[in-house]
Design a protein around this ligand. Structure first.
Ligand code: SF4
Ligand code: MG
Length: 334
């Protein structure tokens, strides 16, 4: 019996994943937390690109945003502080066929995890990193983070932060092999989604900084930008993200920006007010580390087992065959 075209179509529709297929536990974030908008956009992205949940992994460090893997019905790894990237890189090296996302906060990525962040840019593995940047340590209740603006009062800086904030965009754009840098804000959902989609499609290390609201500890921090659309700068280009008519009408402060121009990307990245939103830089020609090193190909389970056996054999203490009963002495074979 032959299968009709209608039956094929019906089967395809049935097999397409729905939003619920990606929705894990109920988020415990505070009401109004920008992490909720990021989660909604990511789940939509997974549904629209029909990412197989069993072939998708979310890896995180420690912090409010790092609870992300619990809320996705995919594979996930809630790692240790600042170490989401090396875990994700390990996953990608052994399973390059997986879609790997990293969720990290400004404290997690830009402080304790800073060394991993810099080297992840240089290795340019095909990962999508979402930096939830709320300018504060939220989980541990309001300490200044590396991206806290100068003068910001917190539990560790009661008289205001003394140092200029670190700019994650300019830092990333200064590293060798940088291949994708974008910025989004949690309160423009259309662009949040489109930027995530562009980052996911990019082959290489996609670095997306999301300016994320923390109403619990910094309730008024982003009010000036929320109340005045002129303080958001939309980056427009045929090779950038698509900007819908409604968004373009509301956010009239716009600039043509060619994302292939690294010099201009660095210039735009240094702007803090207005906040630039869109793709700052994209270079598809940077090689991915997993391709250079043929990730996954050299590690069949038989090869891994043989390699482990060989290593263990080096340290096995064998009874000395020359001794009666083989008990009196032992030798290490190496
Ligand atoms: Fe979100 Fe801030 Fe609440 Fe953490 S403390 S869940 S970052 S609003
Ligand atoms: Mg934070």
């Amino acid at each position: 019996m032959t299968t009709s075209a209608t039956q094929c179509l019906l089967r395809m529709v049935e097999e397409q994943h729905a939003l619920e297929d990606y929705q894990g536990g109920v988020p415990r974030w505070c009401n109004g937390c920008g992490d909720n908008a990021i989660l909604a956009a990511v789940q939509r992205l997974c549904r629209d690109y029909d990412l197989a949940p069993e072939k998708t992994a979310f890896v995180s460090g420690i912090g409010c945003s790092s609870r992300f893997p619990h809320y996705m019905k995919t594979y996930g790894f809630h790692g240790i502080h600042g170490r989401a990237l090396p875990i994700a890189e390990g996953v990608k090296m052994s399973r390059p066929d997986l879609h790997v996302f990293v969720n990290t906060g400004d404290g997690d990525c830009c402080s304790i995890g800073a060394a991993h962040w810099i080297h992840a840019v240089r290795y340019n593995m095909n990962l999508t990193l979402l930096l939830h940047d709320n300018h504060v340590y939220g989980l541990t209740k309001k300490q200044a983070s590396p991206t806290s603006p100068i003068g910001m009062k917190s539990n560790t800086t009661p008289r205001g932060a003394w140092l200029e904030a670190l700019n994650p965009l300019t830092v990333t754009l200064g590293v060798q092999n940088v291949s994708f840098v974008a910025q989004a804000v949690d309160w423009i959902p259309e662009l949040l989604y489109d930027i995530f989609a562009a980052a996911y499609r990019h082959k290489g290390f996609s670095f997306v900084r999301i300016i994320q609201r923390c109403p619990e500890f910094l309730p008024k921090m982003f009010d000036p930008w929320l109340h005045d659309p002129q303080r958001t700068l939309l980056l427009m280009h045929e090779n950038g993200v698509r900007i819908g008519a409604g968004t373009a009408k509301l956010y009239r402060n716009q600039r043509e920006h060619d994302p292939s121009n690294l010099h201009l990307a660095r210039e735009v990245a240094s702007m803090e007010d207005p906040i630039p939103v869109g793709i700052l830089y994209r270079n598809e020609s940077v090689p991915c580390y997993e391709d250079i090193r043929h990730a996954g190909e050299l590690h069949t389970s038989e090869q891994v087992r043989a390699g482990l056996e060989a290593e263990f054999d080096k340290y096995t203490i064998w009874p000395d065959k020359g001794t009666a009963g083989g008990e009196a002495s032992a030798a290490v074979r190496g």
